[in-house]
Every structure is written in C-alpha cells, then in structure tokens.
Write a protein that binds this ligand. Structure first.
Ligand code: FES
Ligand SMILES: [Fe+2]
Length: 476
C-alpha cells in the first residue's frame, strides 16, 4: 500500500463508525428530490459470528445450494426486449438445470425444461428465434407452447401417448422488464418474493430501458466470492486505490464520489439489500482537499476540458453536476430527463435480490450484475455485466446486445461499451482467484465481516442459511 495514503479523519456517525457527510443529510439539499425509497434507512445490528470458509469451495455445500437455492428461488433470465416476437427465446442454464424462456404463439412468455422427451437431448442453446423447437438428435418437434407436434416414425412409438407429450413448464413471471423463472412448482409468487423492490424501484422506470451491453466471463472463484466483491464499498480504497485516490482530484470523477467511506447500506430481509453511493461529494479520504462546493465542481469538470462551470448562488455541486448530466444523457438518448431526480443523475445505487442479481437503477450508472456457478463447479462462476440504457421518448432503441463472452485472460476494459466500468472491474477481477485460493488455504477456516460496511454480505448469508436449513436457522 502506498505510504502517502490519506488519513481517514471523518466524524463518526453510524454506530460511531460511519463518517459524514451522511447520505440522508445530503438528499434534502438536492434540487430535485430522490424517489421516496431512497429516503429510507433500514439496517440494524446483526450477528457477528464468522462465516465458514468451506461454503465457498465445498462440493457438499454447493450441492445443498443447488437443491435449496438454485431450485427454489426466483432468478432473472433475460430482458423482455430480448424476446419481442413469437418464437424468440433465451436459454437460462443454472448448474445442471436448463430452461427455455420463449415468447409463445399467444404473445405470453413461457418457460420449459430444455430437455427432449425422447432421449433427453438439450433442445436449444443460447438465444434465437424459431417457429418450433426441433430436437437436433432425431427431430422431435415442439410448438412454442411446448407441445410435441411431430416425431419421425411415429408408428414406432405406439406405446406413448403422443398427443399428451408436453415439455414440462417452469414458473415464469416478469417485473420491470426482467423475465424471472423459478424451478420450484410450489414457489411463492414473484411479487411476494420481490419484497420492497417494486416500491423502491418503480419510480426509476427500469422497464423503459433496453439491454445495451451484455458482457460475461467465467472467473476462477465461487459465485459468492465474485458477488461479494461488488456489494460493499470497503474494498474501494485499497483495490481501486490508484483510481480513486492517487492522481485523483484532477483526473478522476471518482474523487468527487462517495464510493469508499460514508456509503449507506440497508437491507430488507430476506431477499433485498441496498447500497447508496453518492456522487458530487468528496471521498472521505480526500475531503480536506475539496473543501468548497466550487472545488468539487472544478475537480469534476477538470477531466472535461472546455467545460467551465460556475455554481449559482446556493447551488450544490451535486445539483449542478446532476443538471449537467440531465442535458448530456437526455441528448445522447433522446429522452426527456427534466423530471429526473438529482440522485438518478449522479449517484451509484445498487439493489441486490437474493440470490444472484444486482440492479443499479440510476440512469447514469445503469448496471446489472448476475452471478452463477459455472456448471457444477463451486470453484468457477459466470460473472455477467449488463447495462440498461433508456429507451428514447419515441419508443425506439437499438437492438439489445447479445451476450459477449470474454476469455479468462481478456480484460473488461477491452470492451468499449463498458466505458469507465471496464478498467474498474479489471481491478476487482484479479482478487477473485486470490480469495478462492486463500479461503482453501485458511487455517482460520472462516471469514470475518465488518458490522456495517459488509452487512449486505451478512444478510445474504443469513438468507442462504434460511434456505438451506429452514427459517429458524437465521439470526435476526
Ligand atoms: S433425443 Fe430428441 S429427438 Fe431424440
Ligand atoms: Fe470494486
């Protein structure tokens, strides 16, 4: 670690630990107020016990997750705009299960087990558009409702009731433009499962976005290791040190973003957690160098030569930058953002839905993360990044991007569509194999968590235990 790392010297706030400026103290000064959900605080003291390390690499634990999590929870498969027409489909693979999500002949979205009723062949892969599903092995065909419609040499199958052969259906539902499935026929409704999520996010108009970017990579770590690397800000000052703190004020917008110190963390058990990272205020590590609102504005615009911006009387840096972004983003996406809150135009906010889905709802940081085991391997996972950009006011949008799978050694920054996120994620990614290796080598055999800054990881594990061992297992 560089020796000249700035000292941490902010006033404690939450549980004598969290520094000012505090998120909820800043929102009232915004020119355009945030959606009501962001004004909530929902966290409390949680259990402090260590998390066993073996749950990140043990095959036995992985098998329990398959049976009690992957086969029991609602999971995002794709976006609605990816399957606009009858016959458009996406395959969602989770460990050894495989599901076809399709726009059926009636325009509804349906989901079926992706396994031929003859000898079990996986019928389709990836995504595409078909008039019918035709198994590539012997040619059994199924219509878009999953019913068997033809099979060669039907005379030889007189022992089967061909008219009734139907691909098993899988529970499917949609919310905010996302298509979810649940492999458990007895599952609760998606609405029930989502908890506070719709209340908090409906104002963000996420159903009026399209998937502009979809990049993925198989990474050498358990899926939870990868996910947990992105749901806390505690690692930012170390893992992203160069980007956020060194050479920072003039060079990096992250220097005028509160991505490392006073981040607000909340949870709504069992399925939803959140992190609010505000922009337009200095990192707690360098706030002594950005003492005025104008200094923050100057730092922000120093990386945009030609833009000279002066604050109006009483205007905050947050509101000025938000207004600037409203114009820039509105123009580039042909959308009227005049009513969008400052928070939507400047902040980085994440909501995670158990088990593996994180959505960033603001317009300026419109990411989605999804994490899954890579097949049946607890030591490798598929890490996906989507970006959901606004659909233009005239309803048009470019064709959604189909998944681009990176090689293991390929940098995220090699994908221009990821913009500034690519280099940042390239700083996170090398941690993955180190964590996985260290967890296996650990003599402590356990992970310790920060009480507040890592409370989303704590809640995740509480919920994981609830699914694996029943509701009484989870500390409140
Ligand atoms: S396995 Fe599908 S047609 Fe034979
Ligand atoms: Fe990171």
């Amino acid at each position: 670690m560089p020796k000249d790392k700035p000292a941490f010297s902010q006033t404690p706030r939450f549980a004598s630990l969290v520094p000012k400026p505090w998120v909820q103290d800043l929102y009232p000064n915004d020119a355009k107020q945030p959606p009501p959900g962001l004004l909530n605080e929902s966290s409390d003291n949680l259990a402090t016990t260590d998390i066993p390390a073996e749950r990140y690499w043990s095959h036995e634990w992985h098998k329990m997750e398959v049976d009690h999590v992957w086969r029991k929870t609602w999971q995002v498969t794709c976006r609605i705009e990816e399957i606009p027409n009858d016959g458009d489909f996406v395959v969602y693979d989770i460990v050894d299960d495989s599901v076809i999500v399709v726009r059926s002949s009636t325009g509804d979205i349906k989901a079926f087990t992706n396994s031929c009723l003859h000898r079990g062949t996986s019928i389709v892969d990836g995504a595409g558009s078909v008039e019918e599903f035709r198994c590539p092995y012997h040619g059994w065909s199924y219509n878009l409702d999953g019913q068997l419609t033809s099979l060669p040499a039907a005379w030889d199958f007189s022992h089967l009731n061909i008219d009734e052969l139907q691909l098993p259906t899988v529970q499917v539902d949609t919310w905010a433009g996302f298509v979810f499935i649940n492999l458990d026929p007895e599952c609760s409704t998606l609405d029930e499962y989502l908890g506070v999520l719709p209340d908090h996010l409906n104002d963000f108009n996420i159903d009026n976005r399209y998937k502009a970017v979809h990049v993925s990579k198989v990474v050498p770590c358990n899926w939870k290791v990868a996910q947990e690397a992105f749901i806390e800000g505690y690692h930012v000052a170390e893992t992203h040190f160069e980007k956020t703190l060194e050479g920072k004020i003039a060079a990096s917008g992250a220097a005028v973003s509160n991505y490392d110190t006073s981040i607000q963390y909340d949870y709504w058990k069992p399925h939803v957690t959140r992190m609010n990272m505000l922009g337009g205020i200095p990192s707690g590590y360098i706030s002594d160098q950005l003492k005025t609102e104008q200094a923050i504005v100057d730092a922000y615009f120093a990386r945009k030569p030609g833009d000279t911006v002066t604050l109006a009387k009483g205007q905050t840096a947050r509101s000025l930058i938000a207004e600037h972004n409203r114009k820039i983003w509105g123009k580039s996406h042909n959308v009227d953002l005049s009513a969008a809150s400052d928070a939507e135009m400047i902040d980085q906010i994440q909501y995670t839905l158990f088990p593996n889905f994180t959505v960033w709802p603001t317009i300026v940081a419109p990411l989605v993360y999804r994490f899954r085991p890579d097949g049946d391997d607890p030591n490798h996972s598929i890490f996906e990044i989507w970006m959901l950009l606004p659909i233009a006011d005239d309803g048009s949008h470019p064709t959604p991007m189909t998944e681009l799978r990176l090689d293991e050694d390929q940098l995220w920054s090699s994908i221009p569509e990821l913009g500034g996120y690519g280099p940042v994620i390239d700083q996170d990614t090398p941690n993955f194999p180190r964590i996985q290796k260290g967890l296996k080598a650990s003599k402590k055999g356990a992970v310790s968590l920060a009480n507040y800054q890592e409370n989303r990881i704590r809640v995740f594990h509480d919920t994981l235990e609830m699914y694996l061992f029943g509701p009484d297992s989870s500390p409140q």
